[in-house]
Design a protein. Structure first.
Ligand SMILES: *Cc1c(COP(=O)(O)O)cnc(C)c1O
Length: 377
């Protein structure tokens, strides 16, 4: 509701009138307070340090983002996108919220929408895991499905228009809704938790890309803080990011990833190639094998994208060892494995998708126990 504008002209000062009461601002204040309360109730996430006999001179750290109230690193993004939308005046009392998602973000956003009493509609591919759909619904969110991963954007925009709602648009806003200089972002938390370690400044950070927002925050932060740490982004099969980074062509497209949460059919606006020092592309069989191997060694299941991260970390570790370098490497546990019992942890699904993880499992076990990084056989 726009208030009438009053102009004050020289020499004609009008008599005082009642100022607008801006009742809408009261909802904004309560909403921001609710989000701050959620932040206060949350502790920082653990930085795990598993030991692997074969990795001499290399310290491995895993930032465990699976322990957030909504089960993934998207809890941070969800909170940031809500703050961003409210502070920009886009999210108000009774605003319907719409998002395009492969699932994790929608789970976190449904949680925050419920916290604020707002309607939330997630647009997702049919392939989204049952557990994520159930989580969204348990927070009162509505799910709208599309056949092709590439259709989520247009359908979300259309639903937002039809409902007079707000498209949260994680793929555009992830990189800008997060305070990259600090303010307790994930990079600041990692470097703070590393302070007392043997190698406190990591040689490498390793991270996969979904929106690209987390890698953008990490890459910007290490530059801003003038650190020697380098950033390796790991991509997956059928994703546009790797080719875009290698060729500089941001228009490349791909068919869409099987590793939920990462790998995109297009180069998302939140993907910031300029802050990435190195990229590798990991086969899906290697990502899933790495998820299995790491789950066994942590005594709990982790998600597929964490497998991609861990395979990338092993590859970096192998190269450091070969070069005779010592140091630390940090990556993320993005979410837990309970969301993927019907896919990555289901032998039938693996067989139907023609994915044989055993050669990569043997390869990783040999590396972690004996330090030999040999091609899969
Ligand atoms: C979103 C997501 C990622 C990637 O994080 P971005 O910051 O979006 O690049 C990795 N794993 C999972 C499970 C995710 O949901």
């Amino acid at each position: 509701m726009q208030q009438p504008i009053m102009t004050i002209e020289a020499g004609a000062c009008p008599a005082p009138v009642p100022l607008p009461d801006c009742a809408e601002r009261e909802w904004t204040r309560i909403a921001i307070a609710r989000l701050q309360d959620d932040g206060r109730r949350s502790a920082d996430t653990h930085l795990l340090k598993p030991l692997f006999r074969g990795l001499k001179g290399i310290s491995v750290y895993l930032k465990d983002e699976s322990t957030h109230p909504t089960g993934s690193l998207k809890h941070r993004l969800g909170r940031s996108l809500f703050l961003y939308g409210i502070c920009n005046g886009k999210i108000r009392q009774n605003t319907t919220l719409v998002e395009a998602s492969s699932g994790s973000t929608a789970v976190s956003e449904a949680y925050f929408a419920q916290l604020l009493g707002l309607r939330f509609i997630a647009v997702m591919p049919h392939s989204t895991s049952r557990q994520k759909i159930e989580a969204i619904q348990s927070f009162g969110g509505e799910c709208h499905f599309v056949d092709r991963a590439n259709d989520v954007y247009d359908v979300a925009i259309r639903i937002a228009r039809e409902t007079g709602g707000h498209y949260l648009d994680q793929f555009t806003n992830a990189e800008r809704a997060t305070d990259w200089r600090g303010n307790n972002n994930i990079a600041e938390s990692i470097f703070h938790q590393m302070e007392g370690e043997e190698f406190p400044i990591p040689e490498w950070l390793v991270m996969s890309a979904g929106t690209g927002g987390t890698s953008a925050t990490l890459g910007r932060y290490i530059r801003y803080k003038n650190l020697e740490t380098r950033l390796c982004v790991v991509d997956v099969e059928n994703s546009a990011f790797y080719d875009a980074w290698r060729t500089g062509d941001l228009q490349v497209t791909a068919s869409g990833s099987r590793i939920e949460g990462i790998g995109r059919p297009r180069v998302e606006p939140s993907f910031v190639p300029g802050v990435i020092d190195h990229m590798i592309r990991v086969p899906d069989a290697a990502s899933i094998a790495a998820a299995h191997v790491l789950s066994e060694r942590l005594f709990r299941q982790i998600g597929g994208s964490t497998g991609t991260n861990f395979f990338g970390l092993c590859w970096i570790a192998a190269n450091m060892m070969k070069a005779g370098r010592q140091g630390s490497i940090v990556t993320l546990i993005c979410d837990g494995g309970h969301r993927y019992t019907e896919t990555f942890y289901n032998p039938d699904w693996l067989r139907e998708n023609g994915i044989d993880i055993d050669p990569y499992r043997r390869m990783l076990d040999r590396f972690l126990d004996h330090g030999e990084f040999l091609p899969p056989v």
